[in-house]
Design a protein around this ligand. Structure first.
Ligand code: P6P
Length: 356
């Protein structure tokens, strides 16, 4: 009997997850992750197709209804569509997912009444969608929590929600340190899925010839120091003085590396974080006088990205505390975020400490 030589076939994401489950001591949990990732990757393949054909299928621009999400942000057609694609895909993941929370949903929602509910999925279906009409990279960001005790932290803003929603909320309000998996799918020059289940970070590139994500970046580690800083400098006058001095030092070379850094800012978090993972350096959307909590959302942007960056050997801070330690008080809570190479982030934290 001639066995198929598996060495010749590509290491697809599906095969990678099966292999991880087989080798893992907690194979039931990784089997669950495998089912969840099968749904998420199916949704991301669909979103990738929608994004790449947006101009052809008249899916650029804003929702005709002029609808806005709970953030008051006008919804792009593809925001709504991507959210629906993910919600539908996550309905069919083996029944272990109970709750989802999305940037495009006002409150966390039950997947369906049949789901046994061991896990919670949080996601930004199409981050950076404001860039779609300009053909700039966008991405889907996701995180998976295990169901927690159903008690709400006392100061969580539950408003006048009914008990079922409050229970959903209780399970969603977890710090990033409780994530069991996180990742993003970037829709750019290539479609890349970057994922961690708590044992390092691996990158998979979608091969259009076989319709599978193939392992192309095993064990991603972020360089301990980079030469790129990535901030929206239009906000620089509103930043705190320590950050302004730190960035000025990066420009002049008056920093621990002795090098003058380059500035790169795409304005799409997934693309800016991916470049930071690949090349090193520092990315941030810090607090400023106009936005005391920054702009990015804790639950489905800052926490999943911080889990990935730490798993790749980097650091992620609000400027005063580790992002993964922050317990959310509201689903769509914003949080200041500065992440990247450990030496770069530590140099900034040391400057804050010295000024105290
Ligand atoms: P600004 C995109 O709208 C987004 O949510 C992130 O993807 C990105 O990092 C940030 O906002 C860009 O914001 O204010 O610099 O345009």
């Amino acid at each position: 009997q001639q066995f198929v030589d598996m060495e010749e076939s590509p290491m697809t994401l599906t095969r990678f997850m099966i292999q991880e489950a087989v080798e893992s001591l907690d194979s039931e949990h990784l089997q669950d992750m495998q089912n969840l990732m099968a749904s998420i990757q199916m949704a991301c393949k669909k979103i990738s197709s929608l994004v790449s054909r947006a101009g052809i299928s008249n899916l650029t621009g804003y929702e005709d209804s002029g609808s806005v999400n709970i953030q008051g942000e006008e919804q792009k057609k593809l925001d709504v569509l991507s959210n629906d694609v993910l919600k539908h895909a996550l309905k069919w993941q083996g029944g272990k997912l109970g709750i989802i929370a999305s940037e495009e949903e006002d409150e966390p929602v039950m997947v369906d009444e049949m789901a046994s509910g061991n896990y919670i999925a949080v996601f930004d279906p199409l981050d950076g969608s404001s860039n779609i009409d300009a053909g700039i990279a966008t991405g889907t960001i996701f995180g998976i929590f295990a169901e927690s005790s159903s008690c709400l932290p006392s100061d969580v803003d539950g408003g006048d929600l009914d008990d079922a929603t409050l229970s959903c909320l209780a399970n969603t309000m977890q710090p990033g340190s409780s994530l069991v998996a996180a990742g993003y799918c970037m829709y750019s020059s290539s479609c890349m899925m970057v994922l961690t289940t708590g044992d390092g970070v691996n990158g998979f590139t979608l091969d259009p010839q076989i319709g599978e994500f193939v392992l192309t970046h095993p064990k991603i580690t972020i360089p301990s120091r980079g030469k790129i800083y990535s901030f929206n400098e239009a906000n620089e006058p509103a930043w705190d003085p320590v950050l302004r001095e730190y960035i000025s030092n990066l420009k002049t070379g008056n920093n621990q590396s002795g090098n003058a850094y380059s500035s790169r800012y795409i304005g799409s978090m997934v693309a800016d974080v991916h470049r930071t993972l690949m090349y090193g350096g520092i990315f941030g959307y810090p607090a400023d006088k106009k936005n005391p909590n920054g702009k990015l959302r804790l639950l489905y942007e800052c926490a999943p990205m911080s889990f990935l960056v730490e798993q790749a050997g980097g650091m992620s801070t609000t400027g005063s505390e580790r992002v993964l330690d922050v317990i959310p008080k509201a689903v769509h809570q914003r949080l200041p975020l500065i992440l990247g190479s450990s030496d770069d982030v530590q140099e900034l934290l040391d400057m804050y400490a010295a000024k105290k």
